[in-house]
Design a protein around this ligand. Structure first.
Ligand code: SF4
Length: 407
C-alpha cells in the first residue's frame, strides 16, 4: 500500500463536503434518521432472543470463513444435487458477466429483467452492464428504483434512498411516465409504483436477486423483505439468477434462516413481512407423484457465488473480520460522521463504518485508508453491530497503514 495521498484525501473530503452542502440530502437524512435509529432498539427490547441468536451466528460465521473453500465447494455441490440448479463461483466481476451472458445466451436479444435490491450487484454494476447489452432492466425495490432513476449510489445498506425526500422521489418516479402529482402522499406514490412495476413483473424474462444467506447443506438461498418485490422477482419470471458474496454462506439451512432473521432485526424491520427460502426451480409431483420441474415459478435456478476480493481479505489480520458483516446497516445510523454525510463518506457502493472495510475489500485499500482518516474512533458502530465487528480497530489499522509508508 502506498502512503498518504493528498489528491485521494482531497477527493474524499470534497465528496463529504458535497454531501454536507446538499440541502436535499440533509433534509432526507434528517427525516429518516429519527425513524431509522430507534427501530432496532425497539425490536431487540421486544424479542431479546435475537441478541443471543446474533452471538451464536458470529461463532458459526467465523468457522465458515476459516473453511471458506470447503463451504464454497459444498454449496455448489448442494445446488446441483438438492436444488436442481446450477451453481457457479466467480472470482471477478468479469467472471460474473461471462456467466450471466452464458445464461442469457439463446434467449431473445432484448430481455426484460426485474431485479431485487442487492449490494453485490451494485458492486458488480450489473444493472448498468445489462442495460449496455441492450436489456430492459428494472429495479423493483422502491429505494433502489429511485437510485436507478437518480443514477446515484445507495446511501444506506437497507434503505438506499434515504437521502431522497418525498418531493424529489415524485420527480424521479415521473421519469417513468407515471404522472404522479407533486403533492402526492407517500401512499399514492407507493400505489403508482406498484401499478407500474406489476406489468414489468409479469412481462419479465429473468429475475435477478441477491441472497441474505445461502445454505451450504441444501443449496438453498434465503431472502428477507417487506415490499414483496423479491417474491415477485424470483417467482414470476421463468429464469431466476441469484448472485451473492461468498461470505453469505452458512453451514446449514437453519443457520441461513437465522442469519436472515437477525439481519432484519438489526435493521429494525422485525418481524419481516416475508421470509423466502428458494431451493431450486418450481416443481410439481401432483400427477402420479412424478416430479416435473417448471410449474408456476421459474423453471431454471442459477446461483453465482462472488468473490470480488473477499478471499484475499481473509488473509488480512484485520479486514477478515468485516466478512462477518450481515449488512444490516445499523452501524451507519449510529455513526456521528455518517449521520452528517451518509454514504458520501464512502466508496462507490459502501459507506460509513462498514464501508471503510468494504471499500478496502471490494475497491481500493488506499482509498479506504483515506476514508478512515475521518473516523473519530468513538466505538459506537462496534457496540451496536450484531456481529460485534471491531470497525474502529479496522479504521485504526487502515490509518496506520498510511503512516507506515510516510514515516
Ligand atoms: S468509530 Fe468511527 S466509524 Fe465507528 S461510529 Fe465512531 S466515527 Fe463512526
Amino acid at each position: 500500500m502506498s502512503g498518504f495521498n493528498e489528491s485521494i484525501y482531497g477527493r474524499v473530503v470534497e465528496e463529504v463536503y458535497r454531501g454536507l452542502e446538499n440541502a436535499t440530502l440533509r433534509e432526507g437524512l434528517k427525516r429518516t434518521i429519527d425513524n431509522l435509529v430507534p427501530a432496532p432498539y425497539r425490536v431487540l427490547g421486544n424479542w431479546g432472543y435475537l441478541v443471543k441468536l446474533a452471538e451464536e451466528l458470529r461463532r458459526v460465521k467465523e468457522d465458515v470463513l476459516k473453511n471458506i473453500d470447503y463451504y464454497i465447494d459444498l454449496t455448489l455441490k448442494s445446488v446441483r444435487e438438492y436444488a436442481r440448479g446450477e451453481g457457479f463461483y466467480a472470482k471477478t466481476r468479469e467472471d460474473v458477466y461471462k456467466i450471466v451472458d452464458m445464461i442469457l445466451e439463446g434467449h431473445r436479444r432484448r430481455m426484460v429483467i426485474v431485479k431485487a435490491k442487492s449490494m453485490v450487484t451494485e458492486e458488480l454494476r450489473l444493472r448498468e452492464y445489462l442495460i449496455e447489452k441492450g436489456h430492459e432492466v428494472y429495479e423493483t425495490d422502491l429505494g433502489e428504483l429511485l437510485i436507478q432513476l437518480s443514477q446515484g449510489k445507495p446511501m444506506h445498506a437497507i434503505a438506499p434512498a434515504i437521502h431522497i425526500p418525498r418531493e424529489e422521489a415524485v420527480k424521479l418516479i415521473n421519469k417513468l411516465g407515471v404522472n404522479i402529482p407533486m403533492d402526492a402522499t407517500h401512499d399514492v406514490i407507493v400505489r403508482r409504483v406498484r401499478e407500474f412495476l406489476r406489468e414489468k413483473f409479469t412481462k419479465a424474462d429473468v429475475g435477478i436477486s441477491g441472497a441474505n444467506a445461502v445454505a451450504a447443506d441444501t443449496g438453498s438461498i434465503v431472502l428477507v423483505e417487506n415490499e414483496g418485490n423479491i417474491r415477485l422477482s424470483t417467482s414470476l419470471p421463468p429464469v431466476h439468477i441469484a448472485i451473492t458474496g461468498i461470505e453469505k454462506i452458512m453451514p446449514t439451512l437453519d443457520y441461513a434462516i437465522k442469519q436472515a432473521l437477525v439481519q432484519s432485526a438489526y435493521a429494525g424491520l422485525y418481524p419481516p413481512t416475508y421470509l423466502t427460502v428458494i431451493s431450486g426451480p418450481s416443481s410439481t409431483a401432483d400427477i402420479e407423484y412424478r416430479r416435473v420441474y417448471g410449474a408456476h415459478g421459474p423453471h431454471k435456478f442459477y446461483l453465482i457465488l462472488y468473490d470480488g476480493g473477499r478471499r484475499r481479505a481473509l488473509e488480512s489480520p484485520y479486514l477478515w473480520e468485516q466478512l462477518l458483516c450481515i449488512k444490516c446497516g445499523r452501524c451507519q445510523g449510529e455513526c456521528p460522521v455518517w449521520m452528517l454525510t451518509a454514504n458520501n463518506w464512502g466508496g462507490s457502493v459502501y459507506g460509513g463504518p462498514m464501508g471503510m472495510a468494504w471499500v478496502a475489500i471490494t475497491e481500493d485499500e488506499v482509498k479506504a485508508a483515506h476514508l478512515a482518516l475521518l473516523c473519530l474512533q468513538c466505538g459506537r458502530c462496534r457496540d451496536v453491530c450484531p456481529m460485534k465487528i471491531d470497525m474502529p480497530k479496522i479504521a485504526y489499522m487502515l490509518k496506520k497503514s498510511l503512516w507506515h509508508k510516510t514515516g
